[in-house]
Every structure is written in structure tokens, then in C-alpha cells.
Design a protein around this ligand. Structure first.
Ligand SMILES: NC(=O)c1ccc[n+]([C@@H]2O[C@H](COP(=O)([O-])OP(=O)(O)OC[C@H]3O[C@@H](n4cnc5c(N)ncnc54)[C@H](OP(=O)(O)O)[C@@H]3O)[C@@H](O)[C@H]2O)c1
Length: 340
């Protein structure tokens, strides 16, 4: 928990001129604040990936007609596309549409949308994955891989590395994997059981820690992805906005009340929190590839990530996620290494 959050200052010369930036979950909180801030920094086009396109379009027109944007960026553009991270089919059709529309001109992908809850919910009428896993890690990971070729093509055309910035959190330090170790049968590389099945199982669901576990998995996936993506083409990083006053999460009233008091004292405004996104997208360079950024600095990840067991979890997650993704899309290209 960040008890002290420093004031964040972006370089006065920072600009996103010519950049097309896709943001998931831009209808509220940090995603919305980041859109405004990116447009104030002259982003050429923002693409919303939102589950409610009516709400998305309303927010887009409110932003574009606001005096602050009209004054600094009268040609600002926002395109609204449908994306529901609860459903793989939606991720695949969204990625198809984005690839067609933005071939060779998508510069940045900001994986911001997320969910948190104390309640276990299994999607797909009980046959799918547990919801926090699906929304926070599985769908965004598939989306990142589906859009990687477009981001790489843009980098080849412009000569400037593209970006994938994935929103993680300091709560990764509160994961449950230390107290409740993942059984070895799910970690064995050859012939081991599917680790995604473990996370769907009721026995693995620690209600107070599932959100933290999902953010630990984000940091692990980002590190693993960075091992096979060339930072000269796409810089991949994991950004924590710190503690931010938004309406995040589907939490019970008593917890919301406690959070409101605590966040009221300690948290950043969404506008200040969004500065971490602009830093991850436009200031941090290849030194942030595969890294966790907190308070706009490369920062150590949760200690488990550097242990043998953490490494095992990270590699098994990667392997089992890729297996699942290839079943959904046999044409998905998995990057093999850092070759241009
Ligand atoms: N606030 C914090 O202190 C804090 C700290 C660390 C990390 N974070 C992370 O920051 C990110 C943004 O959170 P926030 O605080 O800005 O929360 P928020 O105000 O609740 O915004 C969450 C966004 O995600 C979207 N979303 C949720 N489920 C979705 C789904 N199934 N498909 C597509 N979009 C979906 C929401 O869309 P709807 O409008 O349709 O609900 C909304 O736009 C999250 O990843 C969160 O984990 C937040």
C-alpha cells in the first residue's frame, strides 16, 4: 500500500502528435482521465475499446466538445469500438476490426480496463473462466498478442518503437501464492495440469486476494512477453497508477465506505493517476521493457517473481495461456525472440 505518493511531473515537451492510441476501458476513472490528458498532449486519435458503446460515444463527444480540448486540439478524434473483456469472442472480433482499420498505424495499446470483486463469478454460464482472471489477464493478454503485428508494422513504418502499456498495481505484493502455494501438479512443465483450470477452481479463490493475484499475473505476463518481443519494435511495460480515487471494483458497501475514507486521504486524482500512463507510453523507453513502473520509475516487482517458484508460475502461465489462445485462433503468431 503506497502510504506516500509523490507528485508526478511530466516533461513539458511531452507530445503524442501523430500517435494513434487504443485504450481499453475508457468510459470511467483512469481511462477517461488518460484520454483527456493524451488529447491535451495532442494525440492524433484515441480508439476506445469499451463494452458499452453508447456510453463510450457519449463520453467521447463530451470530451471532444469540452472547451479545454477544443482550445488545445480542435482536430482531436476519438473512435469508439465494442470490446467486452468477459468474452474471448469479443476480443477476437474487436482485434479483427482494429487490425483492419489501423493496419500499420496503431502506435500504442493501453490495456487499462480491469475489474475487482470479492465474489467468485464463473463466466459462460459456469463453463468459462473465473471473471477476474478473464477480464484482468486472459482477455487483455490475447488482445496484446492479436494486435502485436499491427504495432510492429507501425514501428517498421515510422522507425519509432510502438508501445504496449498494461495497467498493473502495487497490490501484486499482496498476492496469495505465498500463503497458498499452487500445487506442483499444475506447475510441472511437461504433462502438468492446466494452471488456468487451477484458477477457475473454487479452492484456489481467495476472495480478498484474487484481484492482487491477477495483477501479479499481469506483471508476470508482461515480463514473459518482453522476453520474446523486440524492444526496437514494441516496448512492453507494466504500469501502476498508484492509489487513485475512482469508482473501481464491484465491492460491498462496507468495503466501499472504508475505501472511500482511506482513498479520500491518500489517493491521487484520476488526472494525476493518468500521468503514470502518459509516462509509460511516452516517456519511459526501452529501459522499461518487461518492467514494472511505479511512481514513474522502474521498480522491483513482488519478491516472488524472482524466486524459482515464481519463475515456474510465470512460465507455466505463459505456456498454458498460449495453448489456450492457439485453440481460439490457430493463426495467432506467437513471437519467438528478439529478431527484427
Ligand atoms: N483506482 C485505483 O486505485 C487503481 C490502482 C491500481 C490499479 N488500478 C487499475 O486501473 C485500471 C482502471 O481502473 P479505474 O480505477 O479507472 O476503475 P474504473 O473507474 O472502474 O474503470 C474501469 C474501466 O474498465 C472497464 N471495464 C470493466 N470491465 C470490463 C469489461 N468486461 N470489458 C471492457 N471494459 C471493462 C469499465 O467499463 P464500464 O464503464 O463499462 O464499467 C471502465 O471503463 C484497472 O485495471 C485497475 O485495476 C486502479
Amino acid at each position: 500500500m503506497p502510504y506516500f505518493q509523490p507528485k508526478l511531473i511530466l516533461p513539458p515537451t511531452l507530445t503524442f502528435t501523430t500517435k494513434t492510441i487504443l485504450i481499453t476501458g475508457a468510459t470511467a476513472g483512469l481511462g477517461l482521465a488518460a484520454t483527456t490528458l493524451l488529447l491535451q498532449h495532442h494525440a492524433s486519435e484515441i480508439v476506445f475499446g469499451v463494452r458499452n458503446t453508447t456510453k463510450g460515444s457519449l463520453i467521447a463527444s463530451q470530451i471532444l466538445s469540452s472547451p479545454q480540448i477544443k482550445k488545445v486540439h480542435p482536430n482531436a478524434k476519438i473512435t469508439v469500438l465494442h470490446l467486452d473483456l468477459e468474452k474471448y469472442e469479443s476480443v477476437l472480433s474487436f482485434a479483427r476490426e482494429a487490425r483492419e482499420k489501423y493496419e500499420g498505424r496503431l502506435d500504442m495499446l493501453l490495456l487499462n480496463a480491469g475489474t475487482g470483486s470479492l465474489r467468485r463469478e464463473v463466466l459462460g454460464e459456469g463453463k468459462g473462466h473465473e471473471k477476474t482472471m478473464q477480464v484482468n489477464i486472459l482477455s487483455p493478454a490475447l488482445l496484446a498478442l492479436e494486435l502485436l503485428p499491427v504495432l510492429e508494422a507501425t514501428a517498421r513504418r515510422t522507425g519509432v518503437p510502438s508501445r504496449i502499456s498494461w495497467v498493473g498495481s502495487f497490490v501484486q505484493f499482496d498476492h496469495s501464492f505465498g500463503k497458498i502455494p499452487i500445487p506442483e501438479e499444475f506447475l510441472a512443465k511437461d504433462g502438468g495440469k492446466d494452471i488456468l483450470g487451477y484458477f477457475d477452481d473454487e479452492k484456489s479463490f481467495v476472495s480478498m486476494a484474487r484481484y492482487s493475484d491477477s495483477k501479479l499475473m499481469v506483471t508476470m505476463f508482461v515480463e514473459q512477453l518482453a522476453r520474446v518481443v523486440d524492444p526496437e519494435l514494441v516496448v512492453v511495460n507494466d504500469v501502476s497508477p498508484g492509489m487513485v480515487r475512482t469508482g473501481f471494483g464491484e465491492y460491498p458497501v462496507w468495503l466501499r465506505g472504508m475505501m472511500a475514507v482511506f482513498f479520500g486521504l491518500k489517493a491521487r486524482s484520476p488526472e494525476d493517476g493518468a500521468k503514470t500512463y502518459l509516462h509509460a507510453l511516452g516517456v519511459a523507453e526501452s529501459e522499461s521493457h518487461g518492467m514494472y513502473l511505479s511512481d514513474n520509475k522502474v521498480t522491483d516487482r513482488a519478491p516472488i517473481t524472482t524466486t524459482p517458484v515464481g519463475e515456474k508460475i510465470q512460465e507455466k502461465l505463459w505456456d498454458d495461456m498460449l495453448k489456450e489462445f492457439l485453440k481460439l485462433d490457430a493463426s495467432l503468431r506467437i513471437p519467438k525472440g528478439q529478431t527484427v
